[in-house]
Write a protein that binds this ligand. Structure first.
Ligand code: 13P
Length: 281
Protein backbone atom coordinates (compact mmCIF):
# COMPACT_ATOMS: atom_id res chain seq x y z
CA UNK A 1 0.00 0.00 0.00
CA UNK A 2 1.07 3.57 -0.60
CA UNK A 3 1.80 5.30 2.73
CA UNK A 4 3.25 8.62 3.82
CA UNK A 5 6.97 8.82 4.43
CA UNK A 6 5.99 10.05 7.90
CA UNK A 7 4.70 6.59 8.75
CA UNK A 8 7.90 4.85 7.63
CA UNK A 9 10.17 7.35 9.40
CA UNK A 10 8.30 7.13 12.70
CA UNK A 11 8.14 3.32 12.71
CA UNK A 12 11.85 3.10 11.86
CA UNK A 13 12.83 5.47 14.66
CA UNK A 14 10.70 3.59 17.18
CA UNK A 15 11.90 0.20 15.98
CA UNK A 16 15.58 1.16 15.75
CA UNK A 17 16.08 0.18 12.09
CA UNK A 18 16.58 1.95 8.76
CA UNK A 19 14.24 1.70 5.77
CA UNK A 20 15.87 1.09 2.37
CA UNK A 21 15.31 3.86 -0.20
CA UNK A 22 16.07 2.95 -3.79
CA UNK A 23 16.14 5.13 -6.89
CA UNK A 24 13.79 4.28 -9.75
CA UNK A 25 13.77 5.19 -13.44
CA UNK A 26 11.65 2.53 -15.18
CA UNK A 27 9.19 -0.31 -14.73
CA UNK A 28 11.70 -3.12 -14.22
CA UNK A 29 13.53 -1.24 -11.46
CA UNK A 30 10.26 -0.53 -9.65
CA UNK A 31 9.22 -4.18 -9.94
CA UNK A 32 12.61 -5.41 -8.69
CA UNK A 33 12.35 -3.26 -5.55
CA UNK A 34 8.71 -4.05 -4.79
CA UNK A 35 9.18 -7.81 -5.29
CA UNK A 36 12.24 -7.71 -3.01
CA UNK A 37 10.35 -5.78 -0.33
CA UNK A 38 7.42 -8.20 -0.49
CA UNK A 39 9.67 -11.25 -0.27
CA UNK A 40 11.47 -9.71 2.72
CA UNK A 41 8.22 -8.39 4.28
CA UNK A 42 9.82 -4.96 4.44
CA UNK A 43 8.67 -1.34 4.23
CA UNK A 44 10.43 0.53 1.44
CA UNK A 45 10.91 3.94 -0.17
CA UNK A 46 10.77 4.17 -3.97
CA UNK A 47 12.43 7.41 -4.93
CA UNK A 48 12.84 9.42 -8.10
CA UNK A 49 15.46 12.10 -8.55
CA UNK A 50 14.93 15.10 -10.80
CA UNK A 51 17.12 13.31 -13.36
CA UNK A 52 14.91 10.21 -13.10
CA UNK A 53 11.80 12.35 -13.54
CA UNK A 54 13.32 14.04 -16.57
CA UNK A 55 14.19 10.65 -18.07
CA UNK A 56 10.84 8.91 -17.51
CA UNK A 57 8.43 11.84 -17.32
CA UNK A 58 6.74 12.77 -14.04
CA UNK A 59 3.32 11.33 -14.89
CA UNK A 60 4.84 8.06 -16.15
CA UNK A 61 7.08 7.46 -13.16
CA UNK A 62 4.38 8.51 -10.68
CA UNK A 63 1.79 6.23 -12.32
CA UNK A 64 4.19 3.25 -12.38
CA UNK A 65 5.30 3.75 -8.77
CA UNK A 66 1.77 4.37 -7.48
CA UNK A 67 0.44 1.26 -9.22
CA UNK A 68 3.28 -0.78 -7.73
CA UNK A 69 2.77 0.70 -4.25
CA UNK A 70 -1.01 0.29 -4.25
CA UNK A 71 -0.74 -3.38 -5.24
CA UNK A 72 2.09 -4.12 -2.81
CA UNK A 73 1.47 -6.14 0.33
CA UNK A 74 4.00 -4.00 2.20
CA UNK A 75 3.99 -0.25 3.02
CA UNK A 76 5.64 1.82 0.28
CA UNK A 77 6.37 5.57 0.26
CA UNK A 78 7.06 7.42 -2.98
CA UNK A 79 9.76 10.05 -2.46
CA UNK A 80 11.24 12.89 -4.49
CA UNK A 81 15.04 12.55 -4.07
CA UNK A 82 17.03 15.82 -3.98
CA UNK A 83 14.33 18.22 -5.10
CA UNK A 84 15.96 21.60 -5.56
CA UNK A 85 12.96 23.90 -6.05
CA UNK A 86 9.59 24.60 -4.49
CA UNK A 87 7.96 24.11 -7.93
CA UNK A 88 9.47 20.62 -8.32
CA UNK A 89 8.21 19.60 -4.87
CA UNK A 90 4.72 20.98 -5.63
CA UNK A 91 4.51 19.09 -8.93
CA UNK A 92 5.50 15.83 -7.22
CA UNK A 93 2.96 16.23 -4.41
CA UNK A 94 0.29 16.93 -7.03
CA UNK A 95 1.36 13.79 -8.92
CA UNK A 96 0.84 11.71 -5.76
CA UNK A 97 4.26 11.49 -4.10
CA UNK A 98 3.92 10.74 -0.37
CA UNK A 99 7.37 11.99 0.64
CA UNK A 100 9.68 14.73 -0.63
CA UNK A 101 13.25 15.83 -0.10
CA UNK A 102 14.09 19.51 -0.48
CA UNK A 103 17.83 19.84 -0.96
CA UNK A 104 18.91 23.37 -0.10
CA UNK A 105 22.43 22.25 0.74
CA UNK A 106 23.95 24.48 -1.94
CA UNK A 107 22.30 27.55 -0.35
CA UNK A 108 23.34 29.57 2.69
CA UNK A 109 22.14 28.31 6.11
CA UNK A 110 19.36 30.94 6.23
CA UNK A 111 18.24 30.37 2.63
CA UNK A 112 18.23 26.60 3.20
CA UNK A 113 15.99 27.15 6.25
CA UNK A 114 13.70 29.49 4.28
CA UNK A 115 13.07 27.13 1.36
CA UNK A 116 12.70 24.14 3.69
CA UNK A 117 10.12 25.99 5.84
CA UNK A 118 8.17 26.87 2.72
CA UNK A 119 8.13 23.21 1.63
CA UNK A 120 7.07 21.98 5.10
CA UNK A 121 4.22 24.55 5.15
CA UNK A 122 2.91 23.06 1.91
CA UNK A 123 3.68 19.36 2.43
CA UNK A 124 2.67 18.86 6.07
CA UNK A 125 -1.07 19.61 5.54
CA UNK A 126 -0.99 17.12 2.62
CA UNK A 127 0.38 14.44 4.96
CA UNK A 128 3.60 14.31 2.92
CA UNK A 129 6.90 13.89 4.78
CA UNK A 130 9.79 16.30 4.24
CA UNK A 131 13.48 15.38 4.29
CA UNK A 132 16.07 18.16 4.06
CA UNK A 133 19.87 18.23 3.86
CA UNK A 134 22.35 20.18 5.96
CA UNK A 135 26.06 20.15 5.16
CA UNK A 136 27.07 18.92 1.73
CA UNK A 137 27.18 15.24 0.70
CA UNK A 138 30.00 14.75 -1.79
CA UNK A 139 30.18 12.79 -5.04
CA UNK A 140 28.19 12.73 -8.27
CA UNK A 141 24.50 12.08 -8.80
CA UNK A 142 22.60 12.72 -12.02
CA UNK A 143 25.57 14.63 -13.47
CA UNK A 144 25.57 17.00 -10.49
CA UNK A 145 28.96 16.89 -8.78
CA UNK A 146 29.75 18.17 -5.31
CA UNK A 147 33.52 18.49 -5.19
CA UNK A 148 33.89 19.60 -1.57
CA UNK A 149 31.87 17.71 1.01
CA UNK A 150 30.99 19.75 4.12
CA UNK A 151 30.16 17.68 7.21
CA UNK A 152 26.93 18.48 9.07
CA UNK A 153 27.43 20.62 12.19
CA UNK A 154 25.43 19.23 15.17
CA UNK A 155 24.57 22.68 16.62
CA UNK A 156 23.40 23.97 13.25
CA UNK A 157 21.42 20.76 12.80
CA UNK A 158 19.59 21.37 16.11
CA UNK A 159 18.63 24.91 15.05
CA UNK A 160 17.70 23.77 11.51
CA UNK A 161 15.36 21.04 12.76
CA UNK A 162 13.79 23.29 15.41
CA UNK A 163 13.05 26.07 12.92
CA UNK A 164 11.93 23.95 9.93
CA UNK A 165 9.95 21.13 11.66
CA UNK A 166 11.17 18.60 9.06
CA UNK A 167 10.44 14.88 9.39
CA UNK A 168 13.99 13.71 8.60
CA UNK A 169 17.46 15.13 8.07
CA UNK A 170 20.04 13.95 5.52
CA UNK A 171 23.48 14.15 7.12
CA UNK A 172 26.94 14.59 5.62
CA UNK A 173 29.24 12.37 7.70
CA UNK A 174 31.65 10.99 5.11
CA UNK A 175 29.52 9.21 2.50
CA UNK A 176 29.32 10.33 -1.15
CA UNK A 177 27.06 9.65 -4.11
CA UNK A 178 28.43 7.39 -6.87
CA UNK A 179 31.43 5.04 -6.87
CA UNK A 180 34.05 5.41 -4.09
CA UNK A 181 37.73 5.59 -4.95
CA UNK A 182 38.90 4.38 -1.53
CA UNK A 183 36.98 3.03 1.44
CA UNK A 184 34.64 5.67 2.90
CA UNK A 185 35.33 6.64 6.52
CA UNK A 186 32.22 7.61 8.45
CA UNK A 187 32.32 10.10 11.33
CA UNK A 188 30.28 8.12 13.88
CA UNK A 189 30.97 10.53 16.76
CA UNK A 190 29.46 13.34 14.70
CA UNK A 191 26.47 11.18 13.78
CA UNK A 192 25.80 10.50 17.46
CA UNK A 193 26.07 14.21 18.27
CA UNK A 194 23.62 15.07 15.49
CA UNK A 195 21.22 12.38 16.71
CA UNK A 196 21.40 13.70 20.28
CA UNK A 197 21.02 17.32 19.13
CA UNK A 198 18.02 16.73 16.84
CA UNK A 199 16.24 13.57 18.00
CA UNK A 200 14.61 13.10 14.57
CA UNK A 201 15.09 10.33 11.95
CA UNK A 202 18.39 10.78 10.07
CA UNK A 203 19.07 9.78 6.47
CA UNK A 204 22.26 8.27 5.04
CA UNK A 205 22.86 9.11 1.36
CA UNK A 206 25.58 7.62 -0.80
CA UNK A 207 25.39 4.22 0.88
CA UNK A 208 26.47 2.15 -2.14
CA UNK A 209 29.93 0.78 -1.44
CA UNK A 210 29.79 1.54 2.29
CA UNK A 211 31.07 -1.53 4.20
CA UNK A 212 28.43 -3.60 5.99
CA UNK A 213 30.04 -3.03 9.44
CA UNK A 214 29.75 0.73 8.94
CA UNK A 215 26.05 0.42 8.09
CA UNK A 216 25.49 -1.80 11.14
CA UNK A 217 27.19 0.82 13.32
CA UNK A 218 25.32 3.79 11.82
CA UNK A 219 21.77 2.45 12.20
CA UNK A 220 21.70 2.38 16.02
CA UNK A 221 23.10 5.94 16.00
CA UNK A 222 19.90 7.27 14.46
CA UNK A 223 19.95 6.44 10.74
CA UNK A 224 16.33 5.62 9.76
CA UNK A 225 16.55 5.71 5.93
CA UNK A 226 19.40 4.58 3.70
CA UNK A 227 19.67 5.62 0.03
CA UNK A 228 21.05 3.23 -2.56
CA UNK A 229 21.25 3.86 -6.29
CA UNK A 230 24.71 3.03 -7.69
CA UNK A 231 24.86 -0.62 -6.54
CA UNK A 232 21.44 -1.26 -8.10
CA UNK A 233 22.51 0.30 -11.39
CA UNK A 234 25.67 -1.82 -11.37
CA UNK A 235 23.74 -5.07 -10.80
CA UNK A 236 21.22 -4.19 -13.51
CA UNK A 237 23.82 -3.23 -16.11
CA UNK A 238 26.08 -6.20 -15.35
CA UNK A 239 23.17 -8.57 -16.01
CA UNK A 240 22.34 -6.81 -19.31
CA UNK A 241 25.99 -6.99 -20.36
CA UNK A 242 26.13 -10.71 -19.57
CA UNK A 243 23.23 -11.42 -21.93
CA UNK A 244 24.69 -9.17 -24.63
CA UNK A 245 28.04 -11.00 -24.40
CA UNK A 246 26.75 -14.56 -24.10
CA UNK A 247 23.85 -14.23 -26.57
CA UNK A 248 24.83 -11.50 -29.02
CA UNK A 249 21.99 -12.51 -31.36
CA UNK A 250 19.30 -11.88 -28.70
CA UNK A 251 16.96 -9.06 -29.76
CA UNK A 252 14.02 -9.39 -27.34
CA UNK A 253 14.33 -6.56 -24.78
CA UNK A 254 12.56 -8.76 -22.22
CA UNK A 255 15.44 -11.25 -22.39
CA UNK A 256 17.83 -8.46 -21.38
CA UNK A 257 15.69 -6.60 -18.87
CA UNK A 258 14.18 -9.68 -17.20
CA UNK A 259 17.54 -11.01 -15.89
CA UNK A 260 18.51 -7.44 -14.96
CA UNK A 261 15.35 -7.15 -12.85
CA UNK A 262 16.20 -10.44 -11.10
CA UNK A 263 19.79 -9.38 -10.40
CA UNK A 264 18.66 -6.06 -8.98
CA UNK A 265 16.06 -7.75 -6.79
CA UNK A 266 18.76 -9.87 -5.09
CA UNK A 267 20.79 -6.75 -4.25
CA UNK A 268 17.72 -5.02 -2.80
CA UNK A 269 16.87 -8.06 -0.66
CA UNK A 270 20.38 -8.17 0.82
CA UNK A 271 20.22 -4.44 1.61
CA UNK A 272 16.82 -4.75 3.32
CA UNK A 273 18.21 -7.47 5.58
CA UNK A 274 21.34 -5.43 6.32
CA UNK A 275 19.36 -2.26 7.18
CA UNK A 276 17.13 -4.16 9.63
CA UNK A 277 13.85 -3.31 7.88
CA UNK A 278 13.26 -6.86 6.61
CA UNK A 279 10.40 -8.42 8.59
CA UNK A 280 9.12 -4.99 9.75
CA UNK A 281 6.23 -4.50 7.32
P1 13P B 1 24.68 5.94 -4.12
O1 13P B 1 25.17 6.64 -5.36
O2 13P B 1 25.79 5.66 -3.16
O3 13P B 1 23.90 4.72 -4.41
O4 13P B 1 23.71 6.96 -3.36
C1 13P B 1 22.38 7.16 -3.75
C2 13P B 1 21.75 8.29 -3.03
O5 13P B 1 22.18 8.72 -1.98
C3 13P B 1 20.55 8.91 -3.64
O6 13P B 1 20.15 10.07 -3.00
Amino acid sequence: MLVSGKELFQAAKQGGYAVGAFNVNNMEIIQAIIEAAEEENSPVFLQASQGGIKYAGLEYIAALAKTAAEQAKVPVALNLDHGTSFAQVAKCIRAGFSAVMIDGSQLSFEDNIAITQKVVDMAAPCGVSVEAELGKIGGTEDDISVAEAVFTDPDEAAEFVERTKIDALAVAIGTAHGVYKGEPKLDFARLEQIRNATNIPLVLHGASGVPEEAIRKAVPLGICKINIDTELRQAFTKAVQEVVHTKPQEFDPRKLLGPAREAMKEVVKAKLRLFGCAGRA
